[in-house]
Design a protein around this ligand. Structure first.
Ligand code: ADP
Length: 511
């Protein structure tokens, strides 16, 4: 057994803050940091993308021998670089300029258009990762993330052996089942993977190649990013065709839901350098007495953001500033932004400000821009990806909306609560697990509202409810919502401990 190191190697396509398209990047950037704090040796393998090549702050070394893989008849050489992030996470970077020296991770920021050769690009990631293990040291655990790392278990099994004793323990995490890496089966023969994994217990799914399916079935245990999502994906409604396999794993205890966390040092209203005003309160937790500081924080950030975006600050009865509804999201259909926009078209008097940031589906982008054009004085839609603007919106939003139809975990609601925002969200997946619904009589400290029927009426109903609570003269209910939200701590401590136990279990011979 001691041919293995004690290390856990993460393999994935993104890692914040170096390269991020969504929540996967956040998790790959923050979970290792908290595992390392617990004394676990973690390394992260990602492609050597263009913006990492250009990153002058990283001290990149290349002291390991290169590798080669044949894709069909064509040999591709690749290099192994190493570096360390400024918070001390060791990196392994797979250098293959033809595949990775590009602008985007997947083909556009929100992953809407895909590079045509993504199958080969992410097969290369798996080959590069396993080659790096051979030359640096074989880890005890390989933890692969999402379809883009889905070939890693097969390449590792081929390199080290299928038998548990001869290879690292294999853990696979599904961050979003909606993206499975599905390609024509013929392409399987061109990605350098042993043909024996081309079967229904591997990558074959109804005649097509499915990277996520193989990644999960060839691993010892699969996790996903919230307990509710873990049970939802075992049903046809949320299973995207893999519900049968997922149900079998779930029933055997081999599919587990572990709630993601956020990096509370990075997302901190007290020290965040990207926002206009920082919270003037150093408390660890808040009571109603602290509401004044929070109100000050919100109103200053809201005022500055509206000024920056040239939106007039509008007031309602009693001179109270109207609430700001914030959105930071990929504009993908499952995020429900199109339904939110439809619901906004229905409001006549429009008693709030709306600031939206996102990109993705071009129809949703156009619809958002059109609404902003006809409601110039009320709505700003920023189409694109802008980390600093996202921070400013979290800091300014009184109400943060996530109208998701399905949401594996969702980090934006956790971040928004950390910045004192009250949430209106779909009642699904990680939103169900992290937002305490004010409509549920059993909930003591509500942090927002969960929308059971995600349609135009459902969203309008939720906005109307929160608007009335916000505008209420005495405001006690609003104050408690803000204080409850700001007291939520979705850090990594609890979930990192669950992963630590899982690594221990997974390396044991009988697991
Ligand atoms: P998903 O992974 O499905 O995109 P999550 O809520 O899990 O959704 O994570 C989204 C992450 O990406 C958050 O950190 C959010 O702030 C960030 N994000 C999403 N869209 C943008 C954008 N247009 N600009 C900046 N950050 C964004």
């Amino acid at each position: 057994m001691n041919k293995f190191t004690n290390e856990v190697w993460f393999v994935g396509a993104e890692m914040s803050p170096l390269v991020k398209a969504g929540g996967l990047g956040d998790v790959m950037g923050s979970l290792p940091k908290f595992l390392i704090r617990k004394g676990i040796d973690v390394r992260v393998v990602i492609p050597y993308y263009k913006n990492i090549i250009k990153n002058e702050c990283l001290n990149i070394e290349s002291s390991y021998p290169p590798g080669r893989v044949n894709f069909g008849e064509i040999p591709f050489d690749f290099g192994i670089k190493t570096a360390r992030t400024d918070n001390g996470i060791p990196l392994v970077l797979i250098e293959q300029n033809h595949f990775f020296n590009r602008e985007y991770v997947y083909g556009s920021h929100a992953g809407v258009s895909e590079y045509k050769d993504n199958l080969w690009r992410f097969a290369m990631l798996a080959h590069g990762a396993v080659h790096a293990m051979r030359v640096i040291g074989i880890p005890g655990v390989i933890h692969s993330h999402d379809w883009s790392a889905g070939f890693t278990p097969a390449v590792a099994r081929h390199a080290f052996g299928d038998e548990k004793a001869s290879r690292p323990a294999l853990i696979f995490t599904i961050h979003n089942l909606g993206y499975q890496g599905v390609y024509p089966m013929d392409d399987f023969y061109d990605i350098g993977i042993d043909f024996k994994y081309n079967s229904p217990s591997g990558y074959e799914h109804f005649g097509a190649l499915n990277s996520l399916k193989g990644g999960m079935l060839l691993s010892d245990v699969t996790t996903t990013v919230s307990p509710t999502y873990a049970s939802e994906i075992t049903t046809p409604r949320f299973g995207f065709g893999l519900e049968g396999e997922l149900k079998r794993l779930y029933d055997k205890g081999k599919l587990k839901g572990i709630l993601n966390g956020i990096d509370l040092d990075y997302w901190s209203p007290q020290i965040d350098k990207m926002i206009h005003y920082r919270l003037q309160n150093k408390n660890e937790s808040y009571s109603l007495k602290d509401y004044g500081k929070w109100a000050d924080f919100k109103s200053k950030n809201k005022g500055s953001l509206l000024n920056e975006l040239n939106l007039p600050i509008r007031h309602g009865k009693g001179g109270k500033t109207l609430p700001l509804i914030g959105v930071v999201s990929r504009f993908a259909p499952e995020k429900g932004i199109d339904i939110f926009l439809d619901s906004l078209f229905n409001w006549d008097n429009f008693p709030f400000h709306v600031v939206m940031l996102g990109s993705g589906n071009s129809k949703i982008e156009e619809k958002a821009k059109y609404l902003a054009e006809i409601r110039k004085d009320r709505v700003c839609a920023i189409v694109g990806y802008d980390e600093a603007m996202a921070h400013k919106i979290y800091a300014a939003a009184d109400i943060f909306i996530m109208p998701s139809k399905t949401e594996p975990c969702g980090l934006s609601q956790m971040i928004a609560m950390r910045y004192g925002g009250v949430i209106a969200a779909g009642d699904t997946g990680g939103l169900h697990d992290s937002v305490s619904d004010m409509m549920d009589k059993g909930v003591k400290n509500p942090t927002g509202i969960l929308i059971k029927h995600m349609d135009v009426n459902g969203i309008s109903w939720a906005i109307d409810k929160l608007y009335n609570i916000y505008m209420d003269e005495n405001g006690e209910k609003w104050k408690s919502l803000v204080i409850n939200a700001s007291n939520q701590r979705f850090g990594w401590d609890d979930s990192a401990a669950i992963y630590e136990n899982l690594y221990h279990d997974a390396i044991s011979p009988g697991y």
